[in-house]
Design a protein around this ligand. Structure first.
Ligand code: FAD
Ligand code: UDP
Length: 392
């Protein structure tokens, strides 16, 4: 990976870059790699953080334990082509994510499954009995609009309050009734014993971590990486033909239509003098009196063998780095107004979780970046055909 400094950028007189890409997370890095390696373009990729990888960044902490600085990132997808693409830059470790929730003094599987129900209520139901049990508790909602509706409709109010309401209020600072149905719909309910968090056909972790994946992805002739520098600085001081912006779209436009709300997190990282802290990688705490939402123990994700272990607590908050777009109607409407502004602004394209204000997982962002590349490739081809036809 070829890094340059701001000084060098300012002092070297050279041709304009074909692309300035803002944000070295999955969105910016994938489109940078494709434009450089696939189309021979000259790309300047910047990030205001001092590392690549965006929120997927991982590193060895002071004790030598591999941790994810911005919370647990588990790769899962149903799209083989996305795994095929990323496999150019990494080998994989087989990993299926399992999560427990601390409820009423029990550690129970979440998503709720047969063992969750039996453990919580001291029962020994089979699958068919669990289905009847949930059907008796479910409160059918004719029009499912909110994150409360989704859950109540499936499992009723008691389980909703124990597993979803407190967690969601902490995570989003909003009641589930104020959030789009898509938020809690991410977490299914099961009556079998499947205790995997995700049911995607492909679930894995990059064998040597995400940062190593990014460094290989960006190690292409044609890509220069500039870290620790904000777009506003580079905007004035370098020349480029087109910008691909993977930061918050409202920030790009100076918040001229008002601020798009984001939810932030504070991570408290700790290293403990013991080899294991909890039985699985993530334990959720829906209890409203506990200030954090979940604890992650990273060694479960990475498979690292180490005499110590590192964990992180997540404390949701309103201020701080924009981690989550908040899915609700008013925000989607404001985003659409920014998108209309973006569509009418030549020379810039928006991409990624912040650039398109979408609660996307990593694989979706990779897919979005690959789709953008395909559009650019097709547009270039069409331009070339016009030039040939015109005899240029
Ligand atoms: P980001 O990774 O946010 O990258 C954007 C980059 O742009 C940042 O590095 C930022 O510093 C930079 N930037 C912004 N503005 C500017 C500017 N003005 N100038 C310079 N640089 C700028 N997904 C999964 O698939 N599985 C998971 O298990 C998972 N867990 C998650 C857990 C947490 C706590 C969070 C917050 C997200 C999780 N995700 C997970 C989602 C995943 O992080 C995102 O899908 C993915 O990282 C988005 O990539 P991106 O490039 O769009 O954005
Ligand atoms: N959720 C919950 N209880 C849980 C797990 C999830 O209420 O134990 C809700 C909560 O609103 C959360 C959403 O479901 O924000 C999506 O959960 P997911 O684990 O996908 O969130 P992420 O990993 O993106 O933070």
């Amino acid at each position: 990976m070829f890094q340059i400094t701001l000084e060098r950028l300012q002092t070297t007189a050279c041709e304009p870059y074909d692309y300035l890409i803002v944000g070295a997370g999955f969105a910016g890095s994938v489109i940078a790699e494709r434009l450089a390696a696939g189309a021979g373009k000259r790309v300047l990729l910047i990030d205001r953080r001092d590392h690549v990888g965006g929120n997927a960044y991982d590193h060895l902490d002071a004790a030598g334990v591999m941790v994810h600085r911005y919370g647990p990132h588990i790769f899962h997808t149903n799209a083989q082509r996305i795994v095929d693409y990323l496999s150019r830059f990494t080998q994989w470790r087989v990993y299926e994510h399992r999560v427990l929730a601390q409820v009423d003094g029990h550690l129970l599987p979440i998503p709720i499954n047969l063992d969750t129900l039996n453990g919580l209520f001291g029962l020994s139901m089979n699958e068919a009995e669990a289905e009847t049990f949930l059907a008796q508790r479910a409160e059918p909602v004719s029009m499912i609009r909110t994150s409360e509706d989704v859950v109540i409709n499936q499992i009723g109010r008691e389980l909703y309050e124990k597993f979803f309401q407190g967690y969601t209020r902490k995570q989003w600072g909003l009641d589930p009734s104020q959030l789009d149905k898509s938020v809690t719909a991410r977490v299914p309910t099961r009556t079998n014993r499947d205790d995997r968090y995700f049911t995607d056909s492909l679930q894995m972790m990059p064998l040597h971590g995400y940062t190593a994946l990014f460094e290989r992805m960006l190690d292409q002739p044609g890509i220069e990486v500039l870290l620790g520098v904000d777009f506003t600085t580079v905007r004035e001081r370098s020349r480029f033909r087109h910008v691909i912006f993977c930061g918050p779209i409202d920030e790009y436009f100076g918040f001229c239509l008002g601020r798009l709300p984001y939810r932030s997190l504070r991570f408290a990282h700790e290293t403990l003098p013991q080899s294991q802290f909890q039985p699985v990688a993530v334990v959720n705490y829906p209890d409203p009196t506990v200030p954090y939402t979940r604890i992650t123990e990273y060694k479960h994700l990475t498979g690292q063998v180490h005499p110590m272990t590192s964990i992180s607590y997540e404390f949701p908050c309103a201020e701080g780095d924009p981690y989550y777009p908040i899915p609700r109607k008013a925000n989607a409407e404001l985003y659409q107004r920014y998108k209309a502004l973006a569509d009418a602004t030549p020379g810039v394209t928006f991409l990624g979780r912040l650039g398109t204000y979408k609660y996307y997982n990593m694989d979706q962002v990779v897919g979005q970046a690959l789709a953008l590349y395909q559009r650019i490739e097709q547009a270039t081809l069409a331009e070339e055909q016009v030039s040939v036809a015109a005899g240029k």
